[in-house]
Write a protein that binds this ligand. Structure first.
Ligand code: SF4
Length: 515
């Protein structure tokens, strides 16, 4: 059998895709022919401009419908690959998330229409995506029902791919959303980036090749708004030595010195993280290699960390970490189940500063229990920690859009007890929705002061305050565009209710959206 493993938009453009690099290696180790095709990076190169590529984001994210001309453009792009795809019998498509659905559908439809005798197999977290309150069919089921794929694989692919190659389809995770989790991650094959042209990627620092690393799957935390536990119910991690060996392997094979961890938390297991740092620090010193790496990170209480922990992280090449600080309110952060405080954050910022480590804050404004005092606590954060902005420890802050309810989260299970309702054409969530709710547009009876207007006001207020204290706002304009879209949806909702809506949306992307 000849296998083609395809990645589709929208994915990261700054590094080659890891999931397909793993699948390629699994298929190769099973003794079959395999090649990779990255249609995501090729789409960027074909469009020619980043702005044109990013224009599709609102479509991939479902914020607006694709126009006829945009659809034609996508099909024109796909059609260039007709002859190449025709060389293979089995087409594996990696559906990373909901943002890959539309392109996947266009691609599968093209293959079905123009090519004969192709087996299409979908995999990735995006095949089992549902909408809140609507669980009859996931994306994989829908694609099968439409005849656009033959098989879908949910969960981790390493073992399931081999079973599918052996036509052993009566398995957990094959055409069903109930995969078994793999427990022993150290035995899995490394991703093989040799299937890609590593010069094609849009590296964050030009000419510095960077690849993804998976150190763990799942998360040690269970933050109320997060759906990681749905995909990975149990937290599993590789040993520190195994992770360091993989990084050294990519360096020795491809000269890669930059790494980004896909883990929910790079330091989910303190022991594995510390062991990895110890081995990397030694290799770095012995061979004078300039490893630098980063990923999502959690601040922890000081008592949980070994002495000299952050000195070792710096020696190992730890560089930039993305930390879900979420709020300046200890109360709200505790209610989110994050389990660290402002004092813990301050201690860690001091350690980061001393060791020249860097971080980005990831924030969530307008949590379901957030009060005016909690908002004030967040505003107080900006002057309090601006010295860490000034010395470069804090490199930026991402405010996101606002709290959105996601399927299969603890927060979704709190909908009834918190009196949450969605302003979806006035239709109140009743546990058995028949339409797709806009889960951004919610209010709740247990915190009536926090209506959509107030959430939007607070969201804009924190950004203004951060800028006042010179905090670099990461993805500022993109996020504000999405906030503005939410404001416009709210305006439309209000317009149906009252002749004079109190919300005013300017045409430009500015702050003055409120009368
Ligand atoms: S720490 Fe991050 S990944 Fe883990 S549960 Fe919380 S939000 Fe999700």
């Amino acid at each position: 059998m000849k296998n083609l493993v395809i990645s589709v938009p929208r994915l990261e453009i700054h590094r080659p895709p890891i999931s397909t690099a793993i699948v390629c290696n699994v298929i190769k180790q099973a003794g079959q022919d395999v090649q990779a095709l990255d249609l995501n990076i090729n789409f960027l190169r074909w469009l020619g401009k980043h702005s044109e590529y990013y224009n599709f984001d609102q479509i991939w994210d479902g914020e607006r419908a694709i126009t006829d001309s945009e659809r034609e453009l996508c099909i024109k792009f796909i059609s260039q690959y007709k002859d190449k795809i025709d060389l293979y019998n089995v087409i594996w498509i990696s559906v990373f998330g909901g943002s890959c659905h539309l392109f996947t559908e266009l691609l599968c439809d093209f293959i079905r229409t123009h090519l004969k005798n192709k087996t299409i197999i979908l995999g990735g977290q995006g095949v089992v995506t549902y909408h809140v309150g609507k669980y009859a069919e996931n994306f994989g089921d829908i694609m099968k029902r439409k005849g656009l794929c033959d098989i879908y694989i949910s969960g981790e692919g390493e073992e399931t791919v081999v079973k599918v190659l052996n036509e052993d389809l009566n398995q957990p995770g094959v055409n069903n959303p109930k995969p078994l989790q793999l427990n022993e991650l150290d035995n899995l094959p490394f991703p093989d980036y040799g299937y890609y042209n590593l010069d094609d990627y849009d590296y964050l620092t030009p000419n510095e090749k960077e690849v993804f690393i998976v150190g763990s799957r799942g998360c040690v935390r269970h933050c109320t708004y997060c759906d990681v536990a749905r995909h990975w119910p149990k937290f599993r991690f590789r040993s520190g030595n195994n992770i360091a060996s993989e990084m050294i392997n990519h360096y020795e094979k491809h000269g890669v010195e930059r790494f980004y961890f896909t883990d929910s938390l790079i330091n989910g297991s303190i022991k594995a993280f510390h062991d990895m740092c110890t081995q990397l620090a030694k290799y770095r010193n012995d061979y004078k290699v300039d490893f630098r790496w980063g990923g999502q990170f959690i601040f922890r209480p000081k008592r949980q960390l070994p002495q000299g922990h952050y000195d070792m992280v710096a020696e190992a090449g730890g560089d930039t970490f993305y930390v879900g600080v979420e709020t300046g309110s200890d109360k709200v952060r505790w209610e989110m189940d994050k389990k660290f405080t402002n004092d813990d954050t301050e201690w860690q910022l001091e350690e980061f500063s001393r060791n020249k480590l860097h971080c980005f804050f990831l924030m969530l404004v307008g949590y379901i229990t957030e009060t005016k005092q909690d908002q004030q606590d967040t505003l107080d954060m900006f002057p309090r920690w601006k010295k860490y902005v000034a010395d470069g420890t804090i490199r930026g802050i991402d405010f996101g859009v606002s709290l959105k309810f996601m399927a299969h989260t603890p927060l979704e299970r709190m909908i009834d007890s918190s009196g949450v309702y969605f302003l979806d054409a006035g239709d109140i969530y009743n546990g058995e929705t028949t339409s797709n709710k806009d889960t951004n547009l919610w209010q709740c009876t247990t915190n009536p002061d926090l209506d959509v207007y107030e959430r939007l006001r607070r969201r804009v207020e924190v950004q203004k305050e951060a800028i006042k204290h010179n905090w670099p706002v990461w993805r500022g304009p993109t996020r504000l565009k999405a906030v503005k879209l939410l404001a416009m949806k709210y305006r439309d909702y209000l317009a149906d209710l009252q002749p004079e809506p109190k919300l005013y949306v300017e045409e430009s992307t500015g702050y003055n959206w409120f009368k």
